[in-house]
Structures are given as C-alpha cells and as structure tokens.
Unconditional design. Structure first.
Length: 332
C-alpha cells in the first residue's frame, strides 16, 4: 500500500530525522543547550515518531500482501542497501581520510574490519584512530543502534503473521493492547526511573500497529482519535506520568497528521523520501564537519551540517534507495 502521493508522512519523517540531527549537534560540538531544553528527549521523541509511523505502515503492508517472502524482501530492500552504503563509505573513505594512525595500521587493525558487522546489525561505533579527540570520541555513526530494534519489530510482526495472529485484526489489536498495558504498568520510565529503549521503541511500534488494525475507522474519524489521545495524555501528565503521557499522545496525533494531505507537507516527497538517508548520514557528517572546522560556532556548524546532510540524503535516495525499491515490482 503506497500512501506517499497523498499524505504528509514524508514531511513528518524528514522532520524527525532533522530533529535527531539537531539533538546530536549539542554533544557533538560540546555545546551546552539552554536550561529549558531537553535535548535527549528531542532526539528520543523523533525516533519514537519513526517507530509509530513504521508500525502503522508496515502492518498495513503485511495485510496488503500477507506472505512472508514478499514482506521480508520489502523490508530488506528498504533497510539494507542504504545501510550497507553508509557503512562501506565510512570504512573505505571516511576512515582513511580522518584516521590518525598510519594507513597500513588502519587496514591491518581488526577493529577496521569489525566495523562491517554493522551491516549484520551487530553495531560497532569506532574505527582505528578516527575522531579520537572529539567531544564524542571514537564514534563514527551514533544513529545506527536503533536499526536493530526496528528490524526486531519487523521480525515479530512477520512471526505473528506466520502464526496466523494477524488474520483477525481484533486479535492482533488485543495483543498490541496487552503489550502496551504491560509496558505502561511495568517498564515505563515513570515507574522504573530508567529509559529502556529496547522495550520502549517497540511500544510505539505496537501503538502504530494497533491503529492500523482499525485503519478504516481511524481514517474516518482521525480528529476524534487525536482529541481522545490528547485527553488521555493530559490525564496521565496531571497524575505525574509524563513519559506515559507521551506514549498516549503521540501515535494517534502523529498518524492523524501523517494520513492527512496538507498542501505544503504533502509535497515534501516530490524529490524523494530522503529521511532515511538523512538519518544515516547526519552523525558522520557532523563528526567530519567538527574535524575539518572545529572553530565554527554552533549555528554556522548546524547550517553546514544540515545542507550537507540533506544533499547526502538526496544522493542516497537517488543512487541507492530508489533503485533498490524499484525491485519491489518483482514481488507482486
């Protein structure tokens, strides 16, 4: 089910990717954010938005073609070509250019080749001698760690489909609700005092999937769903559960905007869906700009990074992602 031509999802995903970039800019430049700004929450909420949208659209994708091999192939074509490209570019271009160790030692170091494990979703952050003296040292791409969690959500959805749990939308909805109740009653930061992203991000995915189970009703009454979500979130917030409030608020509200078609937002994807490329390339570009121009002030550095990252995202889409996604036509 291709929703791109008539909705706001491309704009929302791009805004989320740029929000992650913005949240990383402070620690990567050793800049203290304003006292009122929770930078970590900006980046975290942006990633949560990705999981909501993914949970909604990927679940609809399964129901549009409920077969394992096409479902898995679509996910592979969306995730791995661009991921492989950014990993190889870091290993073979960024590393040799910026390493402070002799190139012979760089190529002989086991850590160099261990970086390839990122393609297998075994996340590695460092390359020998690269960015060792930065505010966030020894980190090539600090954004990759969320991708294995995303793929795990796909795997759970596919397994549920194979087990027949997605044949009835009501049964699937009950399972999503069960997970959300478990998370809100045992794992949310409001109760534990610690953020556990490996359970939290799937909760946002599950909420998006839950809304997909009632997609017809949601599309007919999305404003009502969004208002109800806001009301529930306000109650939770008033009771002292701000993180639970965000989970109750974001999915329905975000998807109400995403499934709408507004004149400006719906045109965001005219040049392609650059959000994934922006997400993949932002962090290494930020580290490169820091290495090449450490004296830039925060605003100038941010402007340079955004321009370069948008260009990289567009090139990723045109040269890697779009050609790969065209292969989906053979899955019908």
């Amino acid at each position: 089910m291709d929703l791109r031509p008539a909705n706001n999802f491309d704009a929302l995903r791009l805004f989320a990717a740029l929000s992650v970039l913005y949240s990383h800019q402070f620690p990567l430049t050793a800049t203290t954010p304003p006292a009122w700004m929770n930078v970590a929450m900006i980046g975290g909420a942006a990633v949560m938005a990705f999981f909501v949208i993914s949970g909604y659209l990927v679940t609809l994708s399964w129901w549009a073609q409920p077969r394992l091999l096409p479902f898995a192939a679509k996910r592979v074509l969306r995730i791995w070509p661009a991921l492989t490209a950014v990993v190889l570019l870091a290993l073979f271009v960024l590393g040799p250019v910026f390493t402070k160790v002799p190139l012979h030692d760089y190529w002989q170091n086991a850590v160099t080749w261990d970086y390839l494990r990122n393609i297998a979703l075994q996340i590695r952050f460092s390359l020998p001698g690269v960015f060792t003296d930065h505010p966030l040292p020894n980190s090539i791409n600090g954004s990759l760690w969320t991708i294995p969690i995303e793929v795990s959500c796909y795997a759970v959805l596919a397994a549920a489909g194979l087990l027949g749990l997605l044949r009835s939308r009501r049964i699937w909805a009950l399972l999503c609700v069960a997970y959300l109740v478990w998370f809100l009653s045992t794992m949310t930061m409001d109760l534990t005092g610690a953020m556990n992203h490996y359970w939290e991000f799937p909760a946002y995915f599950a909420f998006g999937s839950l809304i997909a189970a009632f997609n017809k009703q949601f599309l007919q009454h999305r404003a009502v769903f969004a208002i109800a979500a806001c009301a529930c979130a306000l109650v939770a917030y008033a009771l002292g559960f701000p993180y639970s409030a965000l989970l109750l608020f974001m999915p329905a509200t975000l998807l109400a905007v995403g499934t709408a078609s507004w004149p400006i937002l719906s045109q965001a994807g005219r040049l392609g869906d650059v959000s994934y490329g922006v997400y993949l390339y932002a962090f290494p570009i930020q580290q490169c700009v820091r290495a090449l121009a450490p004296g830039l002030d925060f605003t100038t550095s941010l402007a340079v990074v955004v321009a370069l990252t948008l260009a990289a995202g567009w090139l990723s889409w045109r040269l890697v992602e779009a050609p790969a996604l065209r292969l989906k036509t053979y899955l019908r």
